[in-house]
Design a protein around this ligand. Structure first.
Ligand code: GLP
Length: 263
């Protein structure tokens, strides 16, 4: 696992944007690429940087297909906080990615259990995900895989912890409006991506980041599943990296990266 501790959230956004941009450029025009994207506040600066590069530097997403990590169950179609609406607002409507190329679990399906199975198949059909971007919850969740999630789980319905509902209440008018159920890619589903890219900023994430990177591999910290992956990158600012015991080594490694060694 490579850990990049960078001075500011803006630096993290630039590096995350670099990695996502590299995945979509330099491939034959006809070749499709699947990007796994996350919602929440963690990726926002990276998305703003990608939009800027699209506008000012001609970065194109032609041929890119997007799969989202998760979705709330029961929000009506077009609800501003459904993750499908969020990704449109934060990224895809500002670049050349058509709505029809953005896939998310169907949180409006009459049977969420069926919707989850269908989404797992959709991801398999979309081919390997080139890069899966991830945020991390304060309790160590990725996607909506709450602590206790099987490390080999597939896409399914999960019940949110009250902690996560409280954390996400800031996006809703009233705390009780946060749905109790979600459909999330499983930890096994996420792990099939070729490259896992986790980003976090701020002191609130420091303990979860340390547990994920340096703690035991355990379902109690779902993000620790990154330790099993052959290509995982963690991009954090100084605050989110503050509890990492090997921080000096990660900084040293980054300073001495070979000039042609990619993330
Ligand atoms: C949310 C999402 C996750 C996200 C995480 C952190 O509940 N389901 O995909 O990564 O929690 O959110 P944020 O980036 O807003 O801190």
């Amino acid at each position: 696992m490579e850990v990049a501790i960078l001075p500011t959230p803006a630096d993290c956004g630039r590096v995350v944007a670099d990695i996502l941009a590299a995945a979509v450029t330099g491939r034959p025009a006809a070749q499709r690429t699947t990007l796994g994207l996350a919602t929440g506040s963690s990726p926002v600066l990276a998305y703003q940087e990608l939009i800027r590069r699209h506008r000012d530097e001609g970065l194109s997403f032609a041929g890119v297909r997007v799969v989202l990590l998760d979705e709330y169950v029961g929000l009506p179609d077009g609800h501003p906080e459904s993750y499908r609406s969020v990704i449109r607002r934060e990224l895809t409507s500002h670049v050349d990615i058509a709505d029809s190329d953005v896939h998310a679990p169907d949180g409006t399906h009459p049977d969420p259990l069926v919707a989850a199975q269908e989404y797992e198949l959709r991801i398999r059909d979309a081919g390997p995900v080139a890069v899966q971007l991830l945020g991390i919850g304060a309790n160590g969740h990725i996607g909506f895989n709450e602590p206790g999630s099987s490390l080999s789980s597939v896409t399914r319905v999960k019940t949110l912890t009250e902690e996560t509902r409280r954390d996400n209440a800031r996006f809703f008018e009233r705390p009780e409006d946060v749905p109790r159920h979600v459909i999330t890619q499983g930890l096994g589903t996420i792990s099939r991506a070729r490259h896992l890219l986790l980003t976090a900023t701020g002191t609130r994430k420091a303990a979860a980041v340390a547990a994920a990177v340096e703690g035991p591999l355990t379902a109690s910290c779902p993000a620790s599943v990154l330790q099993l992956h052959p290509h995982a990158t963690v991009v954090v600012d100084e605050e989110a990296g503050a509890e990492l015991e090997r921080a000096d080594y990660y900084r040293y490694t980054l300073q001495h990266k070979l000039s042609h060694q990619p993330y």
